[in-house]
Write a protein that binds this ligand. Structure first.
Ligand SMILES: [Mn+2]
Length: 430
């Protein structure tokens, strides 16, 4: 792990909060992700499942966390099962968690090796009535592989068919959506690393650089600051590529006079940041580009103010739609008739701004959070309006990550990252 060790009090609190929601005499289990194969003996870099990470800080494959708040034996209230390590294994596999290190990282006192799992699990299962299963109910999820969690669920259901099941996911969706101060610090670190990458670009971008040159500059800066790299596949889209919303080829040359839309951000300690900026290849916006840019920025600034405790995500989007409609009228991209005759299911502004304005962000870039429930303080959202103009050869999106406050406007974790057109131009021409 490149990141500094996280204060384990975060994980201790997270487990306490989860356990407080569990039914009497129940257990909950959380498994690591698998390491996914490529072919031959090639593998993908490991990415820990965010739920076991959230509840334990264990960032290692083949791990399992078991919570049993009503366990008759106190040492079984929290258990970690880990892949065995010793000095011998360490020579071949590199550093893995010892039982002492696992406690140090997670605060879980009882740590078994995986070879003891069946025996300990049998004892625990004879003492509990309900098992919390960790299914993935994220609103955007579409998973085709069988996860380690799925395999474990199949295994115990076959072996212990008489237990009741309950769902972990709704509890985690609600807990993970509201960030602890320790998490907000980690997210601020991710945003600060992103800022360093973006500032590096402002002096680097010139006509004829290639989109992948920009990607390489960012990755250099991110890894140099203890990030694993991009929090999500970066979008570096010059000219009309900006109008392909999920453009990730990043293989074109940036031409003088064009804009580059970049949706690029670092992760830190598995926490995501999510930034979008749009800059002129030549270091100067044209009058038309600038007019559209400022319109997007005004929508972003006004939309941010609507993220307050009690707001409902869908209603917020209706309000942002009104802000955007008024800007598009100002830019003469829409006229009054377009708005009067609009389909309420697909309002006129969606012709130029067809994606959502905000999503939860945290351990996942599109983080947990139940969108039909009112917003709360310490939820972290992106704000990312855009205007896409294929006929004019450019698209603009601006995006920051903000923390909802108990009172007043959200705190912008990206408040130090240049966004005003003048400042961008000035830094590019220095
Ligand atoms: Mn985003």
């Amino acid at each position: 792990m490149k990141y500094h060790q996280i204060d384990r009090n975060l994980f201790i609190k997270n487990r306490k909060n989860f356990a407080a929601q569990m039914k009497p005499n129940s257990i909950a289990v959380f498994n690591s992700n698998d390491i996914y194969p490529i072919s031959a003996d090639s593998i993908m870099p490991f990415q820990q499942h965010r739920d076991i990470f959230y509840l334990s800080g264990v960032d290692q494959e083949e791990s399992m966390l078991l919570l049993f708040p009503d366990a008759p034996s106190e040492k079984h209230r929290e258990i970690l099962f880990l892949k065995e390590t010793n000095e011998h294994i360490a020579i071949w596999e590199g550093e893995k968690l010892t039982k002492e290190r696992a406690f140090d990282v997670s605060g879980v006192k009882t740590v078994y090796w995986l070879k003891d799992l069946e025996k300990v699990f049998y004892e625990v299962m004879t003492q509990c009535e309900t098992v919390y299963v960790n299914t993935n109910e994220h609103y955007r999820s579409s998973v085709v592989t069988e996860t380690r969690e799925d395999r474990f669920t199949k295994w115990w259901k076959e072996k212990y068919p008489a237990h009741t099941v309950a769902k972990s996911n709704p509890i985690l969706q609600r807990l993970r959506a509201v960030k602890d101060a320790i998490e907000i610090d980690l997210m601020q670190t991710a945003c600060n690393i992103t800022e360093k990458g973006f500032r590096r670009l402002l002096s680097f971008v010139k006509p004829n650089v290639w989109e992948y040159n920009i990607e390489a500059e960012l990755l250099h800066e991110f890894i140099n600051h203890r990030s694993k790299g991009f929090a999500y596949t970066p979008i570096i889209a010059s000219g009309n590529n900006a109008n392909v919303l999920h453009y990730i080829e990043n293989n074109q040359q940036c031409k003088a006079g064009d804009l580059i839309l970049m949706d690029i951000a670092a992760e830190y300690a598995n926490y995501a940041s999510d930034l979008s900026r749009t800059i002129p290849v030549s270091g100067k916006f044209t009058t038309r580009q600038r007019a559209v840019y400022d319109a997007v920025l005004r929508v972003k600034n006004e939309a941010t103010k609507l993220l307050v405790p009690g707001a409902i995500w869908a209603d917020y989007h209706v309000e942002v739609g009104k802000l955007m409609t008024s800007e598009l009228l100002g830019l003469r991209l829409l006229d009054k008739a377009d708005v009067q005759n609009e389909d309420p299911e697909w309002p006129a502004y969606k012709k130029y701004f067809m994606h959502g304005t905000s999503h939860h962000i945290g351990l996942d870039t599109h983080d947990y959070g139940i969108l039909t429930e009112p917003m709360k303080a310490n939820m972290v959202f992106t704000v990312e309006p855009g205007i896409y103009l294929p006929d004019e050869g450019f698209g603009i999106r601006l995006e920051d990550d903000v923390v909802i406050q108990e009172k007043g406007v959200p705190f912008n974790l990206m408040g130090n990252i240049p966004i005003e057109a003048e400042e961008i131009e000035e830094l590019m021409n220095k």
